[in-house]
Design a binder for this molecule. Structure first.
Ligand SMILES: Cc1ncc(COP(=O)(O)O)c(C=O)c1O
Length: 377
């Protein structure tokens, strides 16, 4: 049987990884500034993570949600503390799309509405509900199209203020758009959403799958603005440092009911152990502070190198937009300098390294970028 061929891939086979580094099957070493798409939060194969996962695997790795799994409670308690949402409750699932599906269900159960407001260039995942609220017709199959979604312009305060919210259950937005090209939601825009949702009893969902979990330097990117909370946060990617786990953080205004949400794999022993290990490492190693410090250093240094059209982002979620397609630049960084980076659209390099990346490591990227930009100029 062949694989269903949906991914354009690089001819590189990573066989080992440590911290921010990967080694391929030919023994070549690469610096990973992409984190496998924002997933590697605490560094590849972190010793504490490996130890906790191995220990858990030897003990018990799965039983269904029909029994007590105290690891889930430990995870929820630690997540509440580190995210500064101690009074929220947690529903565990397996992927970002699934977290968003469950967030939409909650919102719809809550006020009975069936419409959703999303924003231009949004990406919320590929399952039925999540892809319907994703602003990319090329990945939306006819079966996913419905009349329930309105896309308003991202960061447009007036558009959200003036929108008719009849039958709307949720407004969903990424705190920093990832696939959309590292577009930071402005404070005024998020406050306008908050106000509109308050006025109309609509749920404010902050998709924090990519920009959350400390990536921006705060646990959730809206926490850069004071006194501004979403009703529901969705998380995945960095939550398990590569083990599939996702979460929906739910404000106290929602009442749980048996059977309302559910999943086979969500919150299993091994996934919960991964989630706990990640939170422990983030706290012990102060990785949010590191994301802020290294992110600011990167932004300053990229500004000095220049040659770009726009530099956007926060913490370790950075987009460098050029006025030319970046495919060649990205290939040079990868094949000549052995540096993994990401991309958004055609013209934007996307940096999503581990939150533990060091100054010495990002200096290697800055040196390479500086050289390649000088050659291009
Ligand atoms: C903001 C955002 N939401 C949702 C998703 C979907 O997550 P998953 O691929 O885990 O379903 C992604 C994935 O890239 C994302 O960036």
């Amino acid at each position: 049987m062949n694989l269903f061929n949906v991914y354009p891939i690089y001819d590189i086979e990573p066989v080992r990884a440590q911290g921010s580094w990967l080694w391929d099957s030919k023994g070549e070493k690469y610096l990973d500034l992409y984190g496998g798409h924002a997933v590697i939060s605490v560094g590849h194969c972190h010793p504490h993570y490996v130890e906790k996962m191995t220990e858990q695997l030897r003990r018990i790795n799965f039983y269904s949600n029909s029994v007590r799994i105290p690891l889930q409670e430990e995870l929820a308690q630690k997540l509440g503390e580190l995210s500064d949402c101690p009074d929220y409750t947690l529903f565990l699932c397996n992927s970002g799309a699934e977290a968003n599906e469950n967030a939409l269900k909650l919102a719809s159960f809550y006020n009975g509405g069936k419409k959703v407001v999303a924003f231009t260039k949004a990406f919320h995942g590929r399952t039925a509900g999540a892809v319907a609220i994703t602003d990319n017709p090329s990945i939306v199959a006819p079966v996913n199209y419905n009349a329930h979604v309105t896309f308003l312009p991202f960061n447009d305060v007036e558009a959200i203020r003036n929108h008719d919210m009849t039958d709307v259950c949720a407004v969903i937005v990424e705190g920093i758009q990832g696939v959309g090209g590292i577009q930071v939601a402005s404070e005024a825009f998020l406050r306008a959403i908050r106000e509109k949702c308050n006025e109309t009893n609509v749920t404010f969902i902050l998709d924090s799958v990519q920009c959350g979990y400390g990536r921006s330097g705060k646990f959730f990117s809206n926490q850069h603005y004071s006194n501004l909370q979403a009703d529901v946060y969705t998380t995945a990617k960095g939550m398990g440092n590569g083990f599939p786990i996702a979460g929906v953080l739910i404000s106290p205004k929602f009442q749980a009911k048996y059977g309302m949400l559910g999943t086979t794999f969500g919150g299993n022993h091994l996934a919960s152990a991964a989630g706990i290990a990640v939170l422990d490492i983030m706290k012990d190693e102060q990785l949010m502070a590191n994301a802020t410090e290294i992110g600011e250093y990167l932004m300053k240094s990229i500004t000095e190198i220049g040659g770009y059209k726009e530099l956007r982002g926060r913490g370790l979620m950075i987009g460098i937009e050029y006025d030319f397609p970046v495919e060649e630049l990205r290939n040079k960084l990868l094949f000549d300098h052995k540096l993994f980076t990401g991309v958004a659209g055609k013209n934007t390099i996307r940096l999503l390294p581990s939150l533990a990346v060091t100054k010495a490591e990002v200096d290697l990227f800055l040196e390479a970028l500086s050289k390649e930009i000088r050659v291009t100029a």
